[in-house]
Design a protein around this ligand. Structure first.
Ligand SMILES: [Zn+2]
Length: 184
């Protein structure tokens, strides 16, 4: 299998990868500078080569990424997304001028009218909105290991996955519980 076992289906995988541009455990950020963000968005086919990226847009992208991380934490419990997080997602959609178009087959599509980085970030929010309607969103989660917080897609039948990978974070958590039990 080419895709990793924690990959999300379809375009939702782009959102998962975007959240994981910051590797908390390694302390790295693949979108830390304007050239980095430009490269990442171009590779994700969200931006064309001619677009200039500013430092302010790097901050906007980072704010969206961390808001998405918080939103994905809520998917473990199925609880509500925190209001501040919702506000960020709506702000990004507004800045991108996300517009609804009705289609001939009684469906609809939401697309950003803005181009550039604003449009690219807006597209990520429309992918999130689509995933919320088709229920794949609820399976996109953040690893509960606090030092990891990696975004993963929960393929488990019961939708009860908690860790990015049972082999790494799951086992680590179990060992800690085991050790804690042995403490006198
Ligand atoms: Zn993890």
């Amino acid at each position: 299998m080419a895709a990793s076992s924690s990959s999300a289906p379809g375009r939702l995988e782009t959102v998962r990868r975007f959240v994981n541009t910051r590797d908390i455990e390694a302390g790295t950020d693949a979108t830390a500078t304007p050239p980095d963000l430009s490269r990442w968005l171009r590779e994700a086919e969200l931006l064309d080569a001619r677009t200039e990226v500013t430092a302010a847009q790097v901050r906007q992208a980072s704010t969206l990424r961390e808001a998405l991380r918080e939103a994905l934490v809520a998917n473990h419990s199925g609880g509500p997304i925190p209001p501040d997080t919702i506000a960020v997602l709506n702000q990004v959609a507004a800045r991108a001028q996300v517009t609804l178009s009705i289609t001939a087959d009684l469906g609809w599509v939401a697309r950003p009218r803005a181009g550039g980085v604003e449009g690219a970030l807006g597209t990520l929010v429309t992918i999130v909105a689509d995933a919320m309607t088709d229920a794949t969103w609820a399976r996109l989660k953040i690893c509960i290991n606090d030092t990891c917080r990696w975004a993963f897609y929960d393929h488990s039948r019961a939708r009860s996955g908690k860790w990015c990978s049972m082999r790494v974070c799951g086992n680590r958590a179990k060992q800690q519980t085991w050790r804690a039990r042995r403490e006198p």
